[in-house]
Design a protein around this ligand. Structure first.
Ligand code: FAD
Length: 317
């Protein structure tokens, strides 16, 4: 069975959920090999978790430099393996960094690139949801090694036994003059909440929330459900919530199990970022709001009455 390389998304050895989704998707095409790029010892730390989701092999591309530079070590590791392991495909999470790694890798290998797929089949045909989910496109890479980015939440992670046999990958020294060095990392807001693109529940607020202070209503419901907080662009542009939480065409793309839209009209640019959520609940006082066209459950009402009741009901469980 052909090998399928999966770039492990992790922060200091804490594996992100999307990696397990990628391993699940990779099993449809061939035998998944997880590629861990990190400081020495990272692969050993994450090996068991990767084995639980069917990683047959774990490539350790480790060096002190691996987390000091943006993208370059990851591209180097995958390009090295593309040459030595003859994989059938490379799967990378469709995050901001993942997309950059994928683009650079495809350019370096002169390969076709398939971005932001929400599903993938055994023949390597990816499904993309475009124009705010109005159309579904099926596409396959026709040239070279397929490099595919998969949207977090697109494929459901399923456990499977994997041997996770460890193999080392030699990383070339980073050319500092040609690479961007990370000078610091800082968590701005969000506290203990899950990351927006990783969360299984996202509660988003729109212009209807009316002010930054009132976003506490959105946060309370999100916290009661153990979810992340999102916002529409109108809410962000109005200064109600920081930009990094914007969902939509020019914000983040999310695909949680549950998406709750509070005071969001459902413009096509917003839908583009949340349309593939498994279950969508909308609360809006306008019965004609377009968000109801895609909602699985809708409440026509004032979010300041509905959301606190919902929060209270969930808290009682
Ligand atoms: P509105 O459209 O103003 O809707 C507010 C809703 O709240 C209304 O439906 C109203 O009935 C309801 N409401 C008001 N008060 C209450 C209440 N008390 N209780 C219940 N409901 C209430 N938008 C994004 O979200 N993300 C993007 O990434 C994005 N990218 C864009 C890119 C481009 C190039 C362009 C042109 C636009 C983009 N937009 C994006 C903007 C988008 O077109 C909409 O303007 C935006 O999504 C509207 O946000 P909203 O639904 O919060 O506000």
């Amino acid at each position: 069975m052909s090998e399928v390389l999966v770039l492990v998304d992790h922060i200091d050895g804490e594996v992100k959920k999307v990696t397990f989704e990628l391993l699940t998707a990779a099993r449809r095409i061939g035998e998944p090999s997880a590629v861990v790029v990190g400081t020495p010892g990272t692969a050993a730390k994450v090996r068991d978790a990767l084995a639980r989701y069917g990683a047959a092999k774990v490539y350790a591309a480790e060096s002190e430099d691996a987390v000091t530079y943006l993208t370059t070590p990851k591209v180097d590791a995958l390009a090295t393996l593309a040459g030595s392991a003859s994989p059938a495909a490379v799967l990378i999470s469709a995050t901001v960094e993942g997309k950059e790694v994928a683009g650079r890798l495809a350019a370096r290998l002169n390969s076709g690139l398939l971005v932001d797929v929400v599903d993938i089949d055994a023949d390597g045909v990816g499904t993309q949801s475009i124009f705010g989910g109005a159309f579904v496109v099926k596409a396959k890479v026709g040239n070279g090694l397929p490099v595919i980015t998969v949207r977090p939440g697109g494929v459901e992670a399923e456990e499977a036994d994997g041997a996770a046999a460890e193999a080392a990958v030699e990383l070339p020294a980073v050319d500092a003059a040609k690479s961007a060095r990370i000078t610091g990392r800082e968590q701005i807001v969000g506290g203990d909440r899950p990351e927006l693109t990783e969360a299984s529940v996202v509660v988003s607020g729109g212009r209807g929330v009316g002010s930054a202070e009132s976003f506490a209503v959105v946060e309370k419901l999100a916290d009661t459900l153990g979810g992340a907080v999102g916002a529409s662009r109108a809410a962000v542009d109005s200064g109600y919530y920081p930009h990094q939480f914007q969902v939509g065409q020019t914000g983040k793309t999310v695909s949680p199990q549950l998406y709750i839209a509070l005071g969001i009209s459902g413009a096509i640019q917003h839908r583009a970022g949340m349309q593939t959520s498994k279950t969508i609940i909308a609360v809006n006082k306008d019965a004609e709001a377009p968000i109801f066209e895609i909602a699985d459950f809708g409440v026509v009402g004032d979010l300041f009455q509905v959301a606190p009741q919902l929060t209270e009901a969930v808290a009682k469980r």
